[in-house]
Design a protein around this ligand. Structure first.
Ligand SMILES: CC(C)(COP(=O)(O)OP(=O)(O)OC[C@H]1O[C@@H](n2cnc3c(N)ncnc32)[C@H](O)[C@@H]1OP(=O)(O)O)[C@@H](O)C(=O)NCCC(=O)NCCS
Length: 169
């Protein structure tokens, strides 16, 4: 059923082990090759397992109507005792539940954790054409955008070039 005319109760809590599979599948649904080629390439089950293993206190899940409908994977990087950074690496919300404030509540949970740990700055990154995410983050006060370029080296093309030059593969 569409959420257009209803406001389901949303529960945000720390990520638990049973959330890993549904969060992984939600990420697969969101980070598609067509929409976000680079996010698609680096999203896999190990990504979420590693976050859960290394930084579980900065990973959060959102539930509505008994189902996981959003997640946030972040980490706190301690450069020195006095300089800690929060890094929000992945967040996503089930499209059927978008614009209900779920990502905002996940972000608030992560931000509160960062404040409690004396983090000085939170960093996020995303593809330059991910306008929904950029609107979301700028709405949360993020700014000072800096260019960050993804480059790819397609090894299949490299191998084909090698073949064309008669090199054994
Ligand atoms: C970006 C995303 C996490 C937002 O989730 P959400 O729960 O719908 O966000 P919220 O409801 O908390 O939105 C808060 C504000 O962000 C902005 N925003 C959210 N989605 C937006 C969209 N599609 N277009 C423009 N602005 C958007 C709006 O300002 C919104 O406030 P409003 O609804 O009062 O206008 C979600 O669209 C998503 O999962 N996108 C795909 C995955 C992704 O890009 N993740 C980020 C990079 S890892």
């Amino acid at each position: 059923m569409s959420t257009e005319h209803r406001q389901p109760e949303i529960v945000i809590r720390s990520m638990e082990i049973d959330d890993i599979a549904p969060a992984y599948h939600l990420g697969e649904k969101l980070f598609t090759l067509r929409a976000f080629p680079n996010l698609y390439r680096i999203w896999d089950e190990y990504e979420i397992i590693d976050f859960y293993h290394d930084s579980s206190e900065s990973c959060f899940s959102a539930f509505a109507e008994g189902n996981l409908v959003g997640f946030l994977l972040g980490t706190v990087i301690e450069k020195t005792k006095k300089r800690k950074y929060g890094y929000l690496v992945w967040t996503g919300v089930e499209p059927e539940y978008s614009r209900l404030g779920i990502a905002s509540r996940l972000f608030e949970a992560f931000k509160d954790l960062c404040i409690s740990k004396d983090v000085v700055m939170i960093i996020v990154d995303t593809q330059a054409d991910n306008y929904q995410a950029i609107d979301f983050f700028t709405g949360k006060g993020f700014g000072d955008a800096q260019d960050h370029v993804y480059l790819t080296l397609d090894l299949r093309k490299e191998a084909a070039k090698g073949d064309a030059h008669g090199r054994a593969t």
